[in-house]
Structure formats: structure tokens, C-alpha cells
Design a protein around this ligand. Structure first.
Ligand code: UDP
Ligand code: LCN
Length: 816
């Protein structure tokens, strides 16, 4: 028998053409339905729904089974401009094809990304063929650099990079030179580390290593470094190899192995151990960045929790690593944020604040300044753009003063922090890591093509430009999940949505970011285990909070802090807690509950969100949501069933609140239209509280449906409500069911979402990418120059645009 022949898969254009010739009638019936909608953008569900609407069953079947079904299944959007239908098809994560059908002439053509986007622009601009419209294209800069091709490799950048680097080193001895140089230039505050001038060539390194290994091997393993420091110095080695003979030999062994036959894991291990990171700057600018009384305030949520936990874990890891490498250096972490003079009872008006639970880490606050003085009040994250350049300059000075030098690693957070991280790392030549937390583009459908509509309120033109700048400037990007980069089989990832898009009249992005780029790494956060631990750990429980929690939930008095009553306290509780943003969809949960009498009969609803009084808020989205909540409570007559509690800032008590709900066999619900990651989901599961969370975003990956919790679709609230009602019914019949899901959730968190795993990984990444930055200096310069131009010619004019000037005229400045 001969070998089966591999057949080339037909392209999407071929599939459409084949269908047109074999089933012309059926396809025309379907496409005509699309065209009948007139000028529009169709989403995947519209495309599929229309198939259902074709009257003839045989046509439905033919199209659902034939080659066109693949096109339909992987279509992400269609642009209808009669007689054309252009379809963006995504056969797998990160891979895109574009076809256009002329429904009147029955012809099909394949479009390049740029042609597709130009066609899409006609939705807004009509036919306007400007050959000089600015196109942004980062592809040529990365063309020479290999990258993985399998979608499953996305997000494992460091593994790929190690493979690549070790294969280069394997080629010949000359390729090892950069590693030697890297070890020779290593210094901390003027003190040479790793290698001194005695070793100038690879051959010298090899023989010195052999001698040193021989020498140290003969010492008792626990001999402290100071006892043989002098001998090693004579051979060309300085501090940084380990604090005992055993550790020094281990690390020298790794280097010998690399010199002989480099392999990816030895290289990662070696680079991860080189002491490179002593001072870290973490940027998180908008919101109220404080340690107390800030959570739940507008724009002040998970990012702050994430960073404070991250810093605690990171400091511990740095102290351990520095000591293990035999150095006596005190690490320092600075969180750099905005100083808000009118701090509303928080500490956000203090310049320097020590971070609790840390020894050497601080929050450093720098105000937003303009020629009119200091901006005194909180402003929305959507309005910060005009202040950032000056902020970066001021912050650079403050950081240098605090650290008495430059940091070794800069970590940006969210679009504003990432932009400033890029400006600072550009200026200081420091390794840059960026973390998005949430890219707004995916949260607001069509916010690119219709950007002008959103401009006054959201300034997405600035935000998307800043995002592109930072993504392409950073040395490595950390994400919490795979979906954040490349979505799922059926949905587009947050970063992936920046691959190609257009902002009509501004610029067109034909290659904005490549999700296969090895700069992407999935490193998931955890939840502080001293606060979010299972309800079963009786000895650790904070029972002293129970009386106040009881009051918070059941006290009939109606106050600023809580409204609504629960007339049957014996029922289990459906609990949710989030900022009162539209996207969080807390109002959707209330409506879903109000519409499901069975659910209302089986459980009470308790939500912690925002304020219950519009007068207390100055955030436009929050105000609209507050009004909607009141209206829903009235419309569905929810008093007696619902308790609405204002945002809660005491984390320790919030931890106990999740467990209190678990004691009552309740559930946690996260109903967001889109949740980038979802720390509350990890917190609830860490407390062993069964969790139902949105299938749009991170929770889809955190929870395994039906095993460690449940996925709900906020766009199908009736189904979600029925799922919860079924759960409570099932638990009533078999209380063990609740325990099974509770244990499944906890197991999942322990396996994947802990800060210990996170900080070890982050330090290793800093080492590997630090080295990579060093060896690829020249290639990077080209991208940097292109980014500089983009920043100067596009970003700066945008932030000076008229939509911001009004604000600064009526803005609230002072000189304090
Ligand atoms: N949170 C809080 N009080 C509130 C609302 C939220 O302490 O009233 C905390 C919550 O416990 C979690 C964080 O704020 O630690 C929200 O993070 P998440 O990732 O769920 O959402 P984000 O607000 O970042 O979008
Ligand atoms: C921002 C969000 O919107 C959340 O989904 C994340 O959990 C949080 O940041 C921390 O990364």
C-alpha cells in the first residue's frame, strides 16, 4: 500500500468558488440575504442566523455541510456594501484570510489585508481611494526573525526564544561571543559581577571555567562564597555565581554545558540565574492607587490588587534569588502612579508610601502637571492622555532620585502605564515588560471603525495608538490567559484584534502586532492566599467580621451603604461584586434574576457595586448604571429579594464575605459582557465558593465548565438564569453536588493561579529577555526609530486635539 498523499487544503477563496459552481442557487440565496441588509457590518452570529432563515431546508443542509460551512464557521465579520460582501475569515487563532464576493456578478476575489480594510473604510467614508493614506506595518521589522507557526505555541514565547538562541549558539564558537560580552558588562552600581577583565575570549572562559570548577568542586558543598572569592577572582570570576560552593559549581556547570552543546532548558536556567534585576519600576497611573479605601472606586479595581500582590511576591523572590547568588544587595521596587491632591480620604496625595508586607518597596506618586499647574482631582482613565508625556519626564527625575540610578526592569500596566513604560525604557535603555490587564478595543465593538463616534467620551484614537506603540516597543508582554492573546477557536483575542484594523481618516494598521511573536508569555496571577482561603479552613476564619457581615446583608435599615431587604434569610445567596461599569453588567444580573421567578424562589441576590446614590459618583458610566439599578429593582419588584451594597474596600472582610456566602451554600456570579481576566473569579474559587462566570474573556479559561464552576453567556441571560436555578435545585436534592463544584474550583486555583508560580516565572523572563535585548540591539533600533516617528507624528497631535482642550480650560488645576 502506498503512503496516503497529503492534499493541499483549499483556500477560503477556493471554497467559496467551489460552492458557487456546485451550489450556486443555495449560496446566492444566502448571500442575497446578507446584501439585503444594506451597508453594514455583520457579526458571526448574524451570518449563521441568516443561514437558519433560508426557507428551503435542502439549501440549508447543502451549505451547512459543504465547503462553505468552513467559511461560515470561521468568519469573524462581513462587510456588506451591495453588491459586495467581504468576509474576514479566521481559520485558526492568529491566521486571517479575506475574500470578497460580488453577489450580482457571482465573482469571488481574495483580498489583501490592506484591501479589506480599505473596503471596510467605505462604510464610513464612501468610496475614497486615497493612495497616500497612512498604513502602519510592523511586519518588515520582524521578517528576519523566526517565530512559531502553530497556534498552540502562542504565549510560550520564552521557550521559543530559548530554542532559537541555543540553536544560534550551537552553530559556531563565534555565536557564543555575545554571551561572553553580556557576562563581562554585568555591573551593579559600578561593581563588576560575573566576569572580570581577565577573561576576554571564549577560549579563556572555557579554560577558566574548567579550573574554577575543579577548584570549587573540592570544597565542602556548603562553603560560603567569601571563603573562595579571592581564588575565583584570580581566575576571572566575580560575585554572582552563588553563595555556596555547591551553588557556584551548579551554575558554572550550566555555563560549561552551554559552551559545549547549548540546549534551551539549560540556557533558560542559566540566564534566569544571572543576577540582573535589583531595582524594578512598576507603572500604574490612573485611578486611585492606594492600599486602603480605594477598591471599587471608578477605574480602581483588579489592576491595583494585582500589582500590590505582584510586588509582595516579587520582592520575596528577588531577595531569595539575590542571596542565593551570593550578593549582598537590597532590591527595591517602586510602584509609580499619579499623585492626586484631592485624594478623597485616601493616601493618594502622599508622595511616598511604604508597601505593607514588603521590606523595601514603595508607592511613588507624581502629579499630573501642565503649564496651568497641578491637576488636583481624579480623572477617568479615558482622559489621561494629554498628561502622560510630562508625567514621564517628571517620573524619570523622581525615580532617579529614589533609586540613585536607573532601574533594571520597567513594567507597564494598562494602556497609560504601558505608554509611559515605553517612554522611560526608550530613554533609559532598560528592559521593558508590559501588561495590558484589559485592552479596551475588544470591550467596545466597532470602536475602531467608528472611532469618531466615541472620541469625545473615550478618546480611543489616543488609546489604540498608545497600545500599538507599547506593544511594539516592549521587550516582553505578560498576559494572564491564552485568550487574552489569541482568543479561542471561535473568538478573537484581545491582542489579536490589534493585528489589522482601521481608524478611518487617521491611519490603517495592516500589521499592528503578531500574536505569534515570541514576546508573548502567559503568566497568570493568583489571589492572596492569606485573604482568599477556603471556607473549610476553620482555624483561619475571621469570625470577628461575622456580626458586621450579617448586618451588611440583612439589617433592614436602608442606608448609603446598603439598600433592599431579604425577607427570607434561610435562602442561599447569589453573590456578585464588581465596579459598577457598564461592561461588568451587574444590572444584567439583576434583570436576569428579576425575570426568573424560580431563581427568585430558590435564592436571594446580594450585589456589592458602586454607590446607591448618583450624587456620590462623578463617573458617567457609573451614574448611568446606578439609575438603571434603581429602575430594575422597581420594575421587577425586587425588594425582599435583593440587597445592594455599596463598594467595599476592606479586603480582609471581603475575603470573609465570600466564605460567609459559601457557609450558606451560595454561589458567586461574574456576569460581565467582557472580562479581561477576572480576579474576583479567582478569589471566589480560592474561597471554595462555586462560581458562575462569563464565557467572554478570561473566566472561560479559568473555569472548566461543569467541573470547577460554570460558564454563563451574558448575551443569553435566560439560559444563564435557568442554569443557576437548576444548580440550586440540584443542590437541594443532593447537597454533595455543591461540594463537588466547590472542591473543583479550589483545585483549579491551587494548580494554576498562584503568586509563587508567577514571581518565579517573571524573574526568569526578565533574565532571558534582558539577554535577548542585549544580543538583538541593532535589529531593535529600526523598530524604535519607526515608533519614534509614529509617536511624534501621530500620538502627540492626537493628545493636543480639540477634544481635550476644552477639558483643560474648565479643568480643575491648582498650584499645590
Ligand atoms: N473589589 C473590591 N470591592 C469592590 C469591588 C471590587 O474589593 O467593591 C475588588 C475585588 O475583590 C477584586 C478587584 O477589586 O480584587 C476587581 O478585580 P477584577 O479583576 O475582578 O476586575 P477589575 O475591577 O479589575 O475590572
Ligand atoms: C483589569 C481587568 O478588567 C480584569 O479583568 C483583570 O482581572 C484585572 O485588570 C487584573 O489583571
Amino acid at each position: 500500500m502506498g503512503k496516503p498523499r497529503l492534499q493541499k487544503l483549499p483556500s477560503m477563496r477556493e471554497r467559496v468558488e467551489d460552492t458557487l459552481s456546485a451550489h450556486r442557487n443555495e449560496l446566492v440565496a444566502l448571500l442575497s440575504r446578507y446584501v439585503a441588509q444594506g451597508k453594514s457590518i455583520l457579526q458571526p452570529h448574524h451570518l449563521i442566523d441568516e443561514l437558519e432563515n433560508i426557507c428551503v431546508d435542502s439549501a440549508k443542509e447543502t451549505l451547512s455541510d459543504g465547503p462553505f460551512s468552513e467559511v461560515l464557521k470561521s468568519a469573524q465579520e462581513a462587510i456588506v456594501l451591495p453588491p459586495f460582501v467581504a468576509i474576514a475569515i479566521r481559520p485558526r487563532p492568529g491566521v486571517w484570510e479575506f475574500v470578497r464576493v460580488n453577489v450580482y456578478e457571482l465573482s469571488v476575489e481574495e483580498l489583501k489585508v490592506s484591501e479589506y480594510l480599505r473596503f471596510k473604510e467605505e462604510l464610513v467614508d464612501g468610496e475614497k481611494d486615497d493612495p497616500y493614506f497612512l498604513e502602519l506595518d510592523f511586519e518588515p521589522f520582524n521578517a528576519s526573525f523566526p517565530r512559531p507557526t502553530r497556534s498552540s505555541s502562542i504565549g510560550n514565547g520564552v521557550q521559543f526564544l530559548n530554542r532559537h538562541l541555543s540553536s544560534i549558539m550551537f552553530r559556531n564558537k563565534d555565536s557564543l561571543e555575545p554571551l561572553l560580552d553580556f557576562l563581562r558588562v554585568h555591573k551593579h552600581k559600578g561593581h563588576v559581577l560575573m566576569l572580570n577583565d581577565r577573561i576576554g575570549r571564549i577560549s579563556q572562559l572555557e579554560s577558566a571555567l574548567a579550573k574554577a570548577e575543579d577548584y570549587v568542586n573540592k570544597l565542602p558543598p556548603e562553603t560560603p562564597y567569601s571563603e573562595f572569592e579571592f581564588a575565583l577572582q584570580g581566575l576571572g570570576f566575580e560575585r554572582g555565581w552563588g553563595d555556596t560552593a555547591e551553588l557556584v559549581v551548579e551554575m558554572m556547570h550550566l555555563l560549561s554545558d552551554i559552551l559545549q552543546a547549548p540546549d534551551p532548558s539549560t540556557l533558560e536556567n542559566f540566564l534566569g540565574r544571572i543576577p540582573m534585576v535589583f531595582n524594578v519600576v512598576i507603572l500604574s497611573i490612573h485611578g486611585y492607587f492606594g492600599q486602603a479605601n480605594v477598591l471599587g472606586l471608578p477605574d480602581t479595581g483588579g489592576q491595583i490588587v494585582y500589582i500590590l500582590d505582584q510586588v509582595r511576591a516579587l520582592e520575596t523572590e528577588m531577595i531569595q534569588r539575590i542571596k542565593k547568588q551570593g550578593l549582598n544587595i537590597i532590591p527595591r521596587i517602586l510602584i509609580v502612579t499619579r499623585l492626586i491632591p484631592d485624594a478623597k480620604g485616601t493616601s493618594c496625595n502622599q508622595r511616598l508610601e511604604k508597601i505593607s508586607g514588603c521590606e523595601y518597596s514603595h508607592i511613588l506618586r507624581v502629579p499630573f502637571r501642565t503649564e496651568n499647574g497641578i491637576l488636583r482631582q481624579w480623572i477617568s482613565r479615558f482622559d489621561v492622555w494629554p498628561y502622560l508625556e510630562k508625567f514621564a519626564e517628571d517620573a524619570a527625575g523622581e525615580i532617579a532620585a529614589e533609586l540613585q540610578g536607573v532601574p533594571d526592569l520597567i513594567i507597564g500596566n494598562y494602556s497609560d502605564g504601558n505608554l509611559v513604560a515605553s517612554l522611560l525604557s526608550h530613554k533609559m535603555g532598560v528592559t521593558e515588560c508590559t501588561i495590558a490587564h484589559a485592552l479596551e478595543k475588544t470591550k467596545y465593538p466597532d470602536s475602531d471603525i467608528y472611532w469618531k463616534k466615541y472620541e469625545d467620551k473615550y478618546h480611543f484614537s489616543c488609546q489604540f495608538t498608545a497600545d500599538l506603540l507599547a506593544m511594539n516597543h516592549s521587550d516582553f508582554i505578560i498576559t494572564s490567559t491564552y485568550q487574552e492573546i489569541a482568543g479561542t477557536k471561535n473568538s478573537v483575542g484581545q491582542y489579536e484584534s490589534h493585528t489589522a484594523f482601521t481608524l478611518p481618516d487617521l491611519y490603517r494598521v495592516v500589521h499592528g502586532i503578531d500574536v505569534f511573536d515570541p514576546k508573548f508569555n502567559i503568566v497568570s496571577p493568583g489571589a492572596d492566599e492569606s485573604i482568599y482561603f477556603p471556607y473549610t479552613e476553620e482555624a483561619k476564619r475571621l469570625t470577628s467580621f461575622h456580626e458586621s457581615l450579617e448586618k451588611l446583608i440583612y439589617d433592614p435599615e436602608q442606608t448609603d451603604e446598603h439598600i433592599g431587604t431579604l425577607k427570607d434569610p434561610s435562602k442561599p445567596i447569589i453573590f456578585s461584586m464588581a465596579r459598577l461599569d457598564r461592561v461588568k453588567n451587574i444590572t444584567g444580573l439583576v434583570e436576569m434574576y428579576g425575570k426568573n421567578p424560580k431563581l427568585m424562589e430558590l435564592a436571594n441576590l446580594v450585589v456589592v457595586a458602586g454607590y446607591n446614590d448618583v450624587k456620590k459618583s462623578n463617573d458617567r458610566e457609573e451614574i448611568a448604571e446606578i439609575e438603571k439599578m434603581h429602575a430594575l429593582i422597581k420594575e421587577y419588584n425586587l425588594d425582599g429579594h435583593i440587597r445592594w451594597i455599596s463598594s467595599q474596600t476592606n479586603r480582609a472582610r471581603n475575603g470573609e464575605l465570600y466564605r460567609y456566602i459559601a457557609d450558606k451554600r451560595g454561589i458567586f456570579v461574574q456576569p460581565a459582557f467582557y472580562e479581561a481576566f477576572g480576579l474576583t473569579v479567582v478569589e471566589a474559587m480560592g474561597c471554595a465558593l462555586p462560581t458562575f462566570a462569563t464565557s467572554h474573556g478570561g473566566p472561560l479559561e479559568i473555569i472548566e465548565d461543569g467541573i470547577s464552576g460554570f460558564h454563563i453567556d451574558p448575551y443569553h441571560p435566560d439560559k444563564a438564569g435557568a442554569l443557576m436555578a437548576d444548580f440550586f435545585q440540584k443542590c437541594k436534592e443532593d447537597p454533595n453536588y455543591w461540594v463537588t463544584i466547590s472542591e473543583g474550583g479550589l483545585r483549579r486555583i491551587m494548580e494554576r493561579y498562584t503568586w509563587k508560580i508567577y514571581s518565579e516565572r517573571l524573574m526568569t523572563l526578565a533574565g532571558v529577555y534582558g539577554f535577548w535585548k542585549y544580543v538583538s540591539k541593532l535589529e531593535r533600533l529600526e523598530t524604535r526609530r519607526y515608533l519614534e516617528m509614529f509617536y511624534i507624528l501621530k500620538f502627540r497631535p492626537l493628545v493636543r486635539s480639540s477634544s481635550f482642550t476644552l477639558r483643560s480650560k474648565i479643568g480643575s488645576f491648582g498650584c499645590g
